[in-house]
Design a protein around this ligand. Sequence first.
Ligand code: ADP
Ligand code: GLC
Length: 481
Amino acid sequence: MRVLFATSEAAPLIKTGGLADVSAALPAALHGMGVDVRVLLPGYPQVLKALPSLQTAADFPALPGFPHVRLLFGILPDGVPLWVVECPELYLRGGGPYQDEHGVDWMDNAQRFGLLSKIAAVLGSADSPLEWKPDVVHCSDWQTALAPAYLHFAPGAAPCVMTVHNLAFQGVFPPQTAAELGLPAECFQPEGAEYYGELSFMKAGLYYADHITTVSPSYAEEIQTDVLGFGMQGLLAHRREVLSGILNGIDTEEWNPAADPNLVQAYDAANIRGKSANKRELQRRMGLHVDPDVPLFGMVSRFTHQKGLDLVLEIAPQLVALPAQLVLLGSGDAGMQRTVLELSHRYSGQVGAYVGFDEGLSHLIEAGADIFLMPSRFEPCGLNQMYSQRYGTPPVVHATGGLIDTVVDCSAASLKRGEATGFVFDSMDATGLLEAVRRAVVAYRNKKTWRALQRNGMNKDFGWDKSAAAYRDIYLGLMRR
Ligand code: ADP
Ligand code: GLC
């Protein structure tokens, strides 16, 4: 079975969030199961630098609407083959994959990700210059969501799967973009890629894909509702027969407290004592009072409305008064970044913050914090709450999306069943969050309860095997059609 896995980010080459983690771990898991999966990525400078020995595989001098493109071929360190779309005009620049250094979206994102989608579709059709032809094209989020549209109008097209990692980002562009990107006029209509007069990459993907998946069963239901459908609820409900919610796994080698080079001491469920050395190191590094007994809350997140950081900032004074400490790592919204830094000055010794992206520090926070905070307003799946359970750091989460599917609220009954792994709250406001935070601190003070929570989470299987098999079954179903 041959699968082309098109994505706009893949760890560790290029990462802004969970999509990168999934785009690395899922292909690796499929590869391990014997699927001939190949990743397709844009030729960002980070990718070309990390993989200096890529070979030219094909040339695309004249794709309508795009500059000259070369396709490069290489093998990722985990053995998964990859194609890189080399187009210096569109991809070779500083900044991030979607935005410049100042957090402003690249002006030519429609063309950048139109091209990525186009190449995926060409490789999945009879027009491909390559011998290797995929049985299925798998796309992720709006950045590759035009591929199903291109495929729909291409000769000899492979079936395609569209995975929604986050419906809040849809890639919407002015109407003339459709023609500029070489989409047929027929495609730009309400029964297609048009969304209120504009071109929506996401809608194109959801409309034309042969199968739609999203990253948790709960989110698959939520996106069919007015509250979390972001305008796509009608289309998704209409297509619910081909919509599946498949829970993300995590890379259990990359995220393993027993062998994590970012920790100062290794530990595991049987010998959890080593965790305390990491707490000490985290407190030291973040300028907090070194105190083994005070409960230490950690949060690693994009700073956006989605993640509920505003609520954390709102309750911070009450949290430190418990007493407790707080460590924050993230970047994003400029106002939030400022407030985070202000708090860390106001409560110096109790609140520590680092604004920026730091992979190593994110691992140390998972290990060194006692309790993890993830009060997301919505969360398609979420990975950090799984990482934190694996690191013996029970999470406090809002009851939404993948958080519901991966965290079991601590109660007398769930403790007795040996299932409790964290604290889940319903009401998305400061009171709801603070109450859950208080519950967590009470549990933390009870050694027996706390050990049970930690052990339950650390022993849980968050690996990719089951989910990768579910994707394989979807591919197989499409191939049989
Ligand atoms: P999302 O993809 O919505 O941002 P996820 O929980 O699925 O949320 O994944 C986020 C990923 O990005 C995790 O691996 C998390 O550790 C990482 N991450 C987010 N912000 C930072 C940061 N500032 N530094 C390091 N890693 C970060
Ligand atoms: C998105 C979602 C997040 C999910 C990740 C990987 O960024 O916001 O919930 O875990 O994709 O699927």
